[in-house]
Design a protein. Structure first.
Length: 337
């Protein structure tokens, strides 16, 4: 594969090349990982999209909201990319990858790109390589990248570590003010959107919005939030009510963070976070090769037989890993005198 040619075609905005690039970064093959790194390194560095993460429980209407919101952004003259993460089966490992079928209008637009991806074994509501897929979409010149997580609970907040804005979608009558005070995903959200605020559900949506607005006032104020944020508001993906006001609030929040210096600082912290995650993932992969794999099998069998305590076996496994790494790492760039 000519990685430089692929990177050039992605930078030119070719959707087919972008899809191929995402397939490349999602691959677990060692040679594909090398090629993916080359493609990412060759992309333009001066392009920056607004990254918006969206999370919520299954059935809250994330895909329907994304289509309506994406169409609103397209009308404003923007190019929109959607990365939809689909849950993988714990038994078969397969995924339906059907989120795109819910966005038939958006999928037909020339300035929109929709890519469903399996979560595989990665926890946190996103796929392991979603962050790299976001970088590819930025390199392709998209203005907004929407990251739709799998249907998640209160503790899956990984998407907040790759997004500039984190939106939490809730359904009407989804809980009272006590539910809103609970820590976890609630305190990570920049905006809480009560979806399906139309028809017979509108009164329930109004009560739910009031409950969560009150709960947000009880949370400790974050330094990266201006007055009035985080906030709760009602939207309807069906009637498209609240989309314009919601987008205006998102822009106001991003503009304030840029002026206050939080925007770039947050991105730098996110980059460091994913560096550490990649190192951890690489270390775990060492357990599947060479002497470490055999040691895991042997020690695991001894633990299963009751001949060895799990904590003792873990300590011995760490000794094996230490020997496997060999000499300690030395910084190739010594400190200046």
């Amino acid at each position: 594969m000519d990685t430089q040619d692929l990177a050039a075609r992605i930078a030119a905005g070719e959707r087919r090349a972008l899809a191929r690039g995402i397939t490349l970064v999602e691959s677990g093959r060692a040679d594909h990982r090398v090629q993916a790194t080359e493609v990412l390194a060759a992309l333009p560095r001066d392009r920056q999209a607004l990254r918006i993460g969206l999370s919520g429980t299954p059935g809250v209407g994330k895909s329907t909201f994304i289509e309506a919101f994406g169409m609103h952004l397209l009308k404003a003259g923007m190019r929109v990319a959607v990365l939809a993460v689909d849950p993988s089966s714990a038994r078969s490992g397969g995924s339906i990858l059907g989120d795109k079928t819910r966005m038939d209008r958006l999928s037909r637009e020339a300035n929109a790109f929709i890519r469903p991806s399996p979560s595989q074994t990665h926890l946190g509501g996103v796929a392991r390589r979603t962050r790299e897929a976001v970088a590819l979409c930025e390199g392709a010149g998209f203005d907004v990248v929407l990251i739709e997580t799998v249907g998640v609970g209160q503790s899956e907040t990984a998407v907040a570590q790759m997004a500039d804005l984190f939106l939490l979608l809730l359904a009407p009558a989804g809980g009272d003010e006590l539910q809103g005070v609970k820590r976890g995903i609630m305190e990570m959200a920049d905006m809480i959107l009560i979806n399906k605020a139309d028809g017979d559900l509108k009164p329930a949506a109004t009560r739910t919005c009031a409950d969560y607005a009150g709960a947000l006032r009880l949370l400790r104020k974050r330094p990266q939030d201006p007055d009035g944020f985080p906030k709760a508001m009602m939207v309807s993906a069906l009637t498209e009510q609240g989309l314009e006001a919601g987008w205006a609030d998102m822009q106001a929040l991003v503009d304030w963070r840029r002026e206050a210096g939080f925007f770039d600082g947050t991105r730098a912290a996110q980059a460091q976070y994913w560096f550490e995650q990649d190192v951890r993932a690489a270390l775990l992969s060492r357990l599947e090769t060479g002497a470490a794999k055999q040691a895991m099998k042997t020690l695991g069998a001894q633990v299963a037989e009751g001949a060895l305590d799990p904590s003792i076996a873990a300590a011995r496994m760490l000794d094996v890993l230490g020997a496997d790494f060999g000499a300690p790492w030395v910084d190739p760039v010594p400190d200046s005198p």
